[in-house]
Design a protein around this ligand. Sequence first.
Ligand SMILES: Nc1ncnc2c1ncn2[C@@H]1O[C@H](COP(=O)(O)OP(=O)(O)OP(=O)(O)O)[C@@H](O)[C@H]1O
Length: 236
Amino acid sequence: MQLDVNITGKSYESAAGKRHDVLAGVTFTLNAGEVGVVFGPSGCGKSTLLRILAGLDHNYQGQVVRSAGVRLGMVFQDPRLLPWRSVEENVRLAAPHVDDSRLSTLFEVLELSAHRSHFPGELSLGLARRVALARAFAVEPDFLILDEPLASLDSALAGRLRDQIATLVASRKMMTLLVTHDLDDAVRLGDRLFFLSARPARILHVETITTPRPTRSEQEITEIKTRLAQLDLANM
Ligand SMILES: Nc1ncnc2c1ncn2[C@@H]1O[C@H](COP(=O)(O)OP(=O)(O)OP(=O)(O)O)[C@@H](O)[C@H]1O
């Protein structure tokens, strides 16, 4: 299973007919078992890129090739749960074939067991994000897309959720692509980090981390972050 991305251009047209270039050159491959992280300034086109990779937007120049029959799991910044369905029903509707023990394990890892019968309106943003994650994992995806899953959570909550995501990602051999604004999250969760320029986005730098995620030491994480900060990518 592999994803081959070679996007040479993507633009939107305003109501007045003016062209707005968003992506300029984004080329990379991602293999099963790898976590790719997309890192770039606000508004540079990260969500646009994810929508193209998810197959939700076909209006771009270039090519995106992925193996046939790939099952996609997607978590958006806004959890997008059905408000009139319980937590458990939200997950089961997306994954009707999920078995009970898998569902219980997912709820346990994500600390949702006590919330199975709650409705989305009763949940905090952090809990709702975890339900969206449970829903994405319940479909047993081959390709998981996470659009800033830790945004707007306080740091203790974000840290816990990051660890839960790491546990779930390690439990299945799939391709994962994550967008984040946080270098620490990127270095802890990712295997390959794609640094994008300001809009129209092109890849400025790819950082490959060879040490397996669970065995990365705090020292190595600090060293990588220091080296990346010295590249001065914001001014490239
Ligand atoms: N449907 C659309 N029509 C027109 N312009 C759009 C559309 N969607 C996004 N844009 C514009 O494209 C640019 C990139 O948007 P996008 O949401 O992909 O960036 P982003 O990097 O994900 O932003 P952020 O970091 O703030 O989440 C922005 O200037 C945005 O206003």
